[in-house]
Ligand binder design. Structure first.
Ligand SMILES: *Cc1c(COP(=O)(O)O)cnc(C)c1O
Length: 429
């Protein structure tokens, strides 16, 4: 063994260094040990001096005992599935933090008895959609659909249009999910046109329900036709409408996007939706509709397997009761304001010698809904080769590369993050 290698401090000695004590307390010994072993390896291969091991560990330590890192979403896609969909509002994040310890999620502090689980979140959802007879919350929209199929169509048929056999992403297909419950799919109509009589002809004693699925990530245009929800609701069997995005009421910027209130008023027996798309909350599946059906859903044995935890309930309630969500604000913000922010950012980057410019851009809602809708936006344009450094920087910034430039679209960026964004860019310069 060479002298240099013998001089490398032993793992236990490094872990006992007082400078690492806060990290051991915060992150746990095992995680810090992995970083120590990696630093010792670098010292062994001559990458760093043996005396520099502790410093190298301090530099390499992660901020948290989780590999998930906060990312600035400058893609211009408001609800980006790969970036965790909707960012929570500060109110929702604070509610989650409060609920992390012991909390009265299923307990009445006044009488000391067991209480209805998540009653605050359920009451907030019911109040937000007065047209719903009752509401229930499960793990995600896929779970909501699963529960509908298990309760309303065991061994029976689900009638749906061939134009609504949707694949959401990562190979997840709604028809396959439904069929996995043992329900049979009764496809009607064609890809582009399905008529009321197609549904009516398919309905019989074996029908569990008619399902309408919002084509939330594609558009079929041209020679198309599909009956209204109100017509489908009049066929004498329950109509379940999967609206996808979780809009509770119509949104002025997204006239083509379905919402829960409108579907219920049209006669839907149940509406299912995601919590983490346009609603702007945590991952959750919302079920809204006829009180007797919701009660049956809640009582099915599988409901327990699909239920949400206290953190989700806390975030959902605060999303519904709190100030406008980041997604709602990103949808509403005026393009003039985005232009001004882009000018300001680009100006200060140019002053620092960066090849930057403010440019017009087009943002999108994303896989969460409103396919084909372009939202006017503004971006800071940088050389395309900066994109990888920005993604792996601190904090990571994800933009999009378009026509040889890396665009940092500001519509999905919280205005209070503009300074962090500028500093992240300057660190890459
Ligand atoms: C996103 C989406 C789903 C899946 O929702 P999750 O909450 O991700 O399970 C189902 N149906 C539609 C129409 C969707 O847009």
């Amino acid at each position: 063994m060479t002298d240099a290698r013998r001089a490398i401090p032993r793992t236990d000695a490094v872990l006992a260094d007082p400078r690492l004590a806060p990290a051991v307390a915060e992150l746990g010994r095992a995680l810090v040990k992995d970083v120590v072993v990696a630093a010792q390896q670098r010292a062994r291969s001559g990458g760093i001096a043996p005396a520099g091991v502790v410093d190298a560990v301090l530099t390499a330590l992660p901020a948290r005992a989780s590999s998930l890192r906060p990312v600035i979403n400058a893609t211009g896609v408001l609800v980006h599935t790969n970036l965790g969909r909707a960012p929570l509002s500060r109110a929702a994040a604070a509610a989650v933090a409060d609920a992390t310890g012991c909390t009265d999620v299923e307990f009445d502090l006044a009488d000391g008895e067991r209480a209805r689980r998540g009653r605050g979140a359920l009451a907030a959802l019911a109040a937000a959609v007065p047209d719903a007879g009752d509401v229930h919350v499960v793990n995600n929209n896929a779970a909501a659909l699963l529960l509908c199929a298990l309760v309303l169509a065991p061994g029976r048929e689900i009638v749906l249009s061939r134009g609504e056999l949707v694949e959401i992403g990562d190979g997840f297909r709604i028809p396959e999910l439904l069929a996995s419950t043992g329900a049979r799919l009764r496809e009607v109509g064609t890809t582009n046109r399905t008529h009321l009589r197609d549904y009516a002809d398919a309905i019989g004693p074996d029908t569990g329900f008619v399902l309408r699925v919002h084509p939330s990530n594609f558009r079929v245009t041209g020679f198309t036709s599909t009956p209204d929800d109100a017509d489908l609701a009049g066929l004498g069997v329950p109509l379940v409408v999967d609206i996808g995005s979780g809009l509770l009421a119509p949104h002025p910027r997204l006239p083509g996007e379905p919402d829960a209130t409108t579907a219920l008023r049209a006669g839907a027996a149940l509406v299912t939706a995601s919590g983490d798309k346009l609603l702007g909350g945590p991952q959750a599946g919302l079920l809204l509709g006829a009180a007797d059906l919701v009660r049956r859903l809640r009582r099915h044995p599988a409901a327990r397997a699909l239920r949400v935890d206290k953190l989700t309930l806390a975030a959902l309630e605060a999303t519904l009761l709190g100030p406008p969500t980041p997604v709602a604000r990103a949808l509403a913000v005026d393009v003039a304001e985005l232009n001004a922010r882009a000018e300001r950012l680009a100006g200060s980057l140019v002053a620092a010698g960066v090849d930057a410019a403010a440019v017009p851009s087009a943002a999108a809602v994303g896989g969460g809904g409103a396919p084909g809708v372009e939202l006017p936006s503004a971006a800071v344009s940088l050389p395309a080769r900066w994109a990888p450094a920005l993604r792996t920087g601190r904090p990571p910034v994800v933009g999009r590369v378009e026509r040889g430039r890396c665009l940092l679209d500001l519509r999905a960026v919280d205005p209070t993050d503009d300074d962090r964004l500028r500093e992240a860019v300057l660190r890459c310069a």
